[in-house]
Structure formats: C-alpha cells, structure tokens
Design a protein around this ligand. Structure first.
Ligand SMILES: Nc1ncnc2c1ncn2[C@@H]1O[C@H](COP(=O)(O)OP(=O)(O)O)[C@@H](O)[C@H]1O
Ligand SMILES: [Mg+2]
Length: 322
C-alpha cells in the first residue's frame, strides 16, 4: 500500500507536486497519469525518499522508504533515469545489488530469466538497447521480491513485444497480491493494464478513478446514424442538449446527447429507414486530454485549442502555481 498525504514539493517558485492525496492498494495495478511535467517522476522520487518533500508525507506500508533497513525487499523501483554502470554486465550489476541485501545468486538468475535477459546477461550494460535497459531495470526492481513495485514510464521506447511483455508482467505481479504503481503520460498504455487511475496535472490531483468510471464520466453517448433522409432526421433529433454534426455529401450524422434507442424510435415513428445506428466508443485518450487541459483554464485561454503537452509548456512559461 502506498499512501500520499498532502504531498508537496516546491523547487523555488515552481510547485512540482501540490498537496497530493492518494492511496494505491495491493492486488491491482494503479496507473499514474499526467502530461509531461505534471509531477509524476517527482512524486515517485518523494515516495522513494530520493527527494525530500516540502510538505506532507509518503508512506509505503505505513512507513517512509528511509525507515526500511532492507528496502529492496519492500519496494522495487524503476525510475526514468538509468543508473547502471555502463562497463558492468547485467549479471554483475544485479549481483552487486543482491550482495547489499543478502539476496542469493539463485534469485539473480531467476530475475534474469523472468525478464528475458539470459542471452545478454554477460554483456556490458552500456551496450544495451533501450528495451534491454528497461528489462534490466525491472530485473533490479524485482530482485528483492518486493510487495510494492513502482515503475516510472516503463514502456517508454519499448517495441510492441516489450510493451506487451510489461503489461503481462504487471498484471501477474498484481495478481500475486502486490501493490503495483506505474506512471505514463499516455492513457492508451495504462488503460489496458490498470484498473485504478490517478491522474495529475501541474502537480495537482485531477482524478482518482477507475477506467470504468472514466469511460462513464466521459459520456459515452455519441451515436453514428445513417438514414434515408438525413435532413429530416436532423430535424427530428434536434433539441436542447443534443449536438448533431454531419459530413457534407454523406448520409451520416453524429449525434451527441441522445441514446441510440431514442434515435431509432424517432426514426421509426417518422418512417425513415436507418442504415446504421452505432454508439461510438468513448476515447479514453480524449477523456484524459479533456481532464488535463481543464487544469490550465485558470490562464484564461481556450483549453480546446491546446494539447495537454502544449498546455503544460504554457504553464511552465507562466510559472504559475494556480
Ligand atoms: N530537480 C528539479 N529542480 C527544479 N524543477 C524540477 C526538478 N525536478 C522536476 N522539476 C519540475 O517539476 C515539474 C514536474 O516534473 P516531473 O516530476 O519530472 O514531471 P513528469 O514526470 O510528470 O513529467 C516540471 O515542471 C519540472 O520541470
Ligand atoms: Mg517523468
């Protein structure tokens, strides 16, 4: 269990982490989401005691990281920055870590196998590809068989096979009852593996939710409609709270604010044949962008015209802590 209470980190004028409250429970994967610069890495560094909070607390199973005598056996972490001596082999690197915690050679061999590093275990880590480096980082994180696993953007730079491998690994670690906390700036990466989502923007908590609730909240009520008389359909469906868009020269309408059932009934009552009546799946990515761009509304510019990443750049320029 990871508990963040009013966690705050300021760097001079900049508030990187702003009174963050959240709890990550064991037995599931929690996705930690936010655009670049949102404060994800800083939060993880605070949890791992690599940086001191300006205020608030971060506890892992009831204690601060620094209070653990053998932290590798409590918490396994992979942060963005790689910290492997380039001249050392993967095996030597892991053995070095193992020695500091009385972890047997057998466990080193186990994590090498678990992460698919057998073929390159004796090679210099400095020559590793990004994907191999990530696997080595994860091997190190799992070395102490920890109950809590914290990974910062683990799929960055991985090929599709590597992405799937991490996804399966995280799922099985959670199924073993561990606490798994994984960050990403891409909703698509996280939504497939996490049930719990903690979304931040400019250091602040924007949502503590589940994939299911986020989809529901995002209002999955867009419906694609094609029919014999699009102009007449338009009239039939128009009303308060209903938005209709059409593509010129097409018989297709996109309707927001009316359930498919109601659209079908109205068309039938008017004797208009429908060729298509398809609810459009909600884009989680869009829901995420909407959430994170809202965080910069304070600046008085139109959030719609800006991407989440662009908004963050703007926030950085303004140097605001709103
Ligand atoms: N050591 C530091 N000194 C000053 N500012 C920092 C430092 N670390 C992070 N920041 C700033 O804090 C904010 C959050 O950064 P970070 O935690 O790396 O975000 P994320 O991981 O979500 O991309 C950014 O604006 C970043 O520039
Ligand atoms: Mg980061």
């Amino acid at each position: 269990m990871i508990e963040s209470r009013h966690l705050t980190k300021r760097y001079g004028e900049k508030t990187a982490v702003d009174r963050l409250d959240f709890t990550v429970k064991p037995g599931g994967v929690a996705g930690f989401l936010g655009p670049n610069g949102a404060g994800k890495s800083t939060t993880m560094r605070l949890i791992l005691g690599l940086d001191a909070p300006t205020g608030g607390t971060a506890h892992i199973n009831g204690r601060r990281y620094a209070q653990y005598a053998a932290p590798l056996q409590e918490v396994g972490a992979l942060l963005e920055a790689k910290s492997v001596h380039p001249g050392r082999s993967a095996f030597a690197h892991l053995m070095g870590l193992a020695y500091t915690h009385g972890i047997p050679r057998r466990r080193v061999e186990e994590v090498i196998e678990l992460t698919g590093l057998q073929a390159v275990a004796q090679k210099r880590a400095g020559a590793f590809s990004l994907g191999m480096g990530q696997r080595l980082g994860i091997a190190a994180a799992l070395l102490g068989d920890p109950a809590t696993i914290i990974l910062d953007e683990p799929v960055n730079g991985l090929d599709p096979e590597g992405v799937r491998w991490i996804r399966d690994l995280l799922t099985s670690l959670a199924a073993e009852g561990r606490t798994v906390f994984v960050s990403s700036h891409l909703m698509s990466e996280v939504a497939q593996v996490a049930d719990h989502l903690i979304i931040i923007g400019r250091g602040r908590l924007l949502a503590d939710t589940t994939v299911h609730d986020l989809i529901r909240q995002a209002g999955g009520d867009r419906v694609k409609v094609a029919g014999a008389d699009p102009a007449r359909l338009r009239e039939l469906l128009a009303g308060p709270g209903v938005a209709i868009t059409d593509r010129t020269g097409s018989e297709e309408l996109e309707v927001t604010g009316l359930p498919a059932r109601e659209i079908g009934s109205r068309a039938a009552a008017a004797g208009i044949a429908l060729y298509e009546l398809t609810p459009v799946p909600v884009s989680l990515e869009q829901a995420f962008m909407d959430l994170t761009s809202d965080a910069v509304e304070y600046h008085g510019s139109t959030p719609l015209a800006r991407t989440a990443a662009g908004a963050d750049d703007q926030a950085a320029k303004n140097g605001s802590t709103a």
